[in-house]
Design a binder for this molecule. Structure first.
Ligand code: UDP
Ligand code: MN
Length: 347
């Protein structure tokens, strides 16, 4: 890998290419500076024959960055690992250059699903423009936009390797139902389409803007995001569904965290299983004449109690400035936009 130097790389040959009549191995060293914390070296070993011809025989790649320190944890002010050994992603706990290099090797494509039904199409422009600046920069991305108003999807300039896919779907009169039906649509499209097009799905609310990097550090088999209103709360304060008649019921002495309905994901297979199960549970509730207190979010929370996420995103990944700016929050990567509920919902 890494044969040609990337444009602007500070590389060059340390050898002038002449053999001075000697036959044997010579090294040509290329140095690519990848960022502030990592160097990627690619050394080419060249065999020079006595008649002056040369043939490349080997590439050695070296990754150089500051070594992790077992006795110096990167964050000591927040939990960075769950009791089931899922990492909790906070600024300072990872090196994005190492991660980017690893995911680029696998040529991963990420699907970002969003719903813009009825009036919510107004959020698409800022959402997409900021996603182009901050979401999975340098990786392949498909934006899957579910909407009932395809003609109102704005044209936004996209960088190479990034595509918009508009998926026309029906609307529902109640905003709660629009929110809940996302589970049904994501599960159907995962099985029919996403499985053939992307490795991972990231499923988010659309009334949001990106404000800082959201990259491959979030990717894992199954991930959820700590809700900005409850990351420091006790179990009893979590707004899980507490009525045993609902399929989303979580008893008061169970559960780990309160997760946000507006940001979850994983491999297509894991997201398919999650969304299918949540949709089926909502259909049972509907037949029984009950709707969970926080709709799809309640069902997501129930699912995560029993199918633990393999990675958890800190509230950096779904912040709301109404919650202030606590000291532990080093970045605000994805921000809820203020919205006038009366003007935007059920319109
Ligand atoms: N949504 C939509 N049209 C609607 C209502 C909701 O497209 O009329 C989608 C949209 O993607 C939105 C998500 O459902 O981000 C969740 O609803 P909302 O953001 O209003 O919920 P909140 O974040 O306020 O709990
Ligand atoms: Mn929202």
């Amino acid at each position: 890998m890494v044969e040609p130097g990337p444009p602007g790389s500070s590389g060059g040959d340390s050898h002038d290419g002449k053999t001075r009549g000697i036959k044997g191995y010579f090294r040509k060293r290329h140095v690519y500076v990848m960022g502030s914390t990592m160097l990627l070296f690619s050394t080419v070993y060249v065999w020079y024959t006595s008649n002056g011809t040369e043939s490349k025989v080997a590439y050695i790649t070296r990754l150089m960055y500051t070594k992790p320190q077992i006795l110096k944890p990167s964050r000591s002010d927040v939990l960075t690992m769950t009791p089931w050994f899922a990492p909790i992603v906070w600024e300072g706990t990872y090196n994005s250059e190492i991660l980017n290099e690893q995911f680029q090797r696998r040529n991963v494509t990420v699907g970002l699903t969003m719903f813009a039904i009825k009036k919510y199409v107004v959020f698409l422009k800022k959402f997409l423009e900021t996603a182009e600046m901050y979401f999975m920069v340098g990786h392949r991305v498909n934006y899957y936009i579910f909407t009932d108003r395809p003609e109102e999807v704005p044209k936004v300039a996209l960088k190479e390797g990034r595509n918009v896919v508009v998926l026309q779907v029906q609307n529902y009169p109640r905003w709660q139902e629009i929110s809940m039906r996302r589970m049904e649509l994501i599960s159907n499209f995962s099985q029919q389409r996403f499985i053939n097009e992307v490795s991972y799905l990231v499923c988010v609310d659309v009334d949001m803007r990106f404000n800082d990097q959201v990259g491959v550090e979030i990717l894992s088999n199954l991930f959820g995001t700590l809700h900005p209103g409850f990351y420091a709360a006790e179990r009893q304060s979590f707004t899980y569904e507490r009525r045993p008649a609902s399929q989303a019921y979580v008893p008061s002495d169970e559960g780990d965290f309160y997760y946000a309905g507006g940001f979850f994901g994983g491999t297509v297979m894991e997201v398919y299983m999650l969304t299918k199960k949540c949709h089926e549970a909502m259909m049972v509730d509907k037949a029984n004449g009950i709707e969970a207190i926080w709709h799809d979010e309640s069902h997501l929370n129930k699912y995560f109690v029993y199918y633990k996420p393999t990675k958890i995103l800190s509230p950096e990944y779904l912040w709301d400035d109404n919650m202030g700016r606590p000291e532990i929050l080093k970045k605000r990567r994805f921000l809820a936009l203020p919205k006038n509920h009366a003007a935007i919902r059920n319109k």
